[in-house]
Design a protein around this ligand. Structure first.
Ligand code: ASP
Length: 339
């Protein structure tokens, strides 16, 4: 009896094995991640060697932490949250701790995240005291029926969601206090803004990633622009302007002069060019950042990733704080345009 049964079992087992081996590996997409810490007038004279080394170290640590999650089989959303919270916790960037001050000397935060598999999104704008705004944006995505919450309502939602708050002093660095003073003094004398401070207008942070399932995600977090007033909101929390992700085409996070990025719908436009013109993400980003935005007068840049692991880091300013680990596992950390 056993002999009789083992023949067909062996044949079926062998066929099954061949069938399984011939199936495409579902969870075998190339993983890749890119981060930015803002684009702007960053030149070698505006940073001391120590500042530069510390900024590069923070970029490297964040991109490696995000990549480690992807390598371990984590989702692109997890990688985006990890890298951005680390950049928010670093005092070097205009997000979370170290964010720019508004006209009243307060830190007012914006953030957004989008997942490419379902094109779901969460965003918050004009929020005070939230340690990691990207985590709150993600809560909006997962735990609310809305996409964008602002101001007091967003803070109430944050408290209900057990999001961590910090007091005002946690966010304010001596550099940002001095920056605001200088901007406001120069405003009084109408002498225009000192270029050494312009880079800090655009030191928003962002991350894009693709995981081994081919799902992309993008996130962006910022304090907006220094000396902003009237509840000004930039592009960073606006889906399609500062952040966009669609598994079919790309994930993009922007940094730059937000008013232009809103008007040009930059991150959606890049994905749309991939969709409708069949462009690579590098060509699409190049057209939008180096042609359309330049014609409009908008400064800044983007990072983008495609579902098959291509990375673009494109900007029309002298520098953009950036780092990536590509589908070959190659690490890049860079600041200036010529590196
Ligand atoms: N895009 C941001 C804004 O306009 C600023 C930045 O990128 O640093 O709010």
């Amino acid at each position: 009896m056993d002999k009789f049964r083992s023949g067909p079992t062996l044949v079926i087992g062998t066929l099954l094995l061949f069938f399984m081996l011939s199936l495409p590996a579902v969870a075998d997409s190339s993983i890749a991640i890119a981060i930015h810490g803002g684009a702007g007038t960053i030149n070698k004279e505006s940073l001391t060697a120590e500042q530069e080394a510390s900024i590069r170290a923070d970029l490297e640590a964040a991109v490696k932490a995000g990549y480690a999650l992807l390598e371990a089989g984590g989702s692109s959303t997890d990688a985006v949250l990890k890298a951005i919270t680390m950049l928010e916790d670093s005092p070097h960037f205009n997000a979370g701790k170290g964010a720019v001050l508004n006209q009243d000397g307060n830190v007012e935060l914006d953030a957004s995240i989008m997942t490419g598999s379902d094109r779901n999104a969460g965003a918050i704008a004009g929020v005070y005291g939230v340690k990691n705004p990207i985590l709150l944006a993600h809560k909006v995505l997962t735990d609310s029926p809305h996409v964008l919450l602002s101001g007091e309502g967003a803070e109430i939602f944050a408290r209900q969601s057990n999001i961590q708050f910090e007091n005002a002093d946690y966010f304010k660095t001596p550099y940002r206090i001095e920056q605001l003073k200088q901007i406001q003094e120069q405003e009084k004398t109408q002498a225009g803004l000192d270029n050494s401070y312009r880079e800090s207008w655009f030191s928003t942070v962002g991350t894009v990633a693709v995981d081994k399932f081919g799902h992309v995600a993008a996130g962006t977090s910022t304090g907006g622009t220094a000396n902003k007033r009237w509840g000004r909101i930039g592009d960073s929390p606006i889906i399609g302007a500062g952040t966009y992700a669609d598994d079919r085409y790309c994930a993009v996070s922007a940094t730059g002069h937000g008013e232009y990025f809103i008007r040009a719908a930059v991150t959606h436009d890049i994905c749309a060019r991939v969709a409708y013109q069949d462009l690579s993400i590098n060509d699409a980003a190049d057209q939008v950042i180096n042609k359309d935005l330049v014609e409009m007068g908008g400064d800044g840049g983007v990072i983008a990733v495609s579902p098959d692991g291509e990375i673009a880091m494109t900007f029309n300013t002298p520098g953009m704080y950036r780092a990536s680990i590509d589908s070959q596992g190659q690490l890049t950390v860079a600041i200036y345009a010529d590196e």
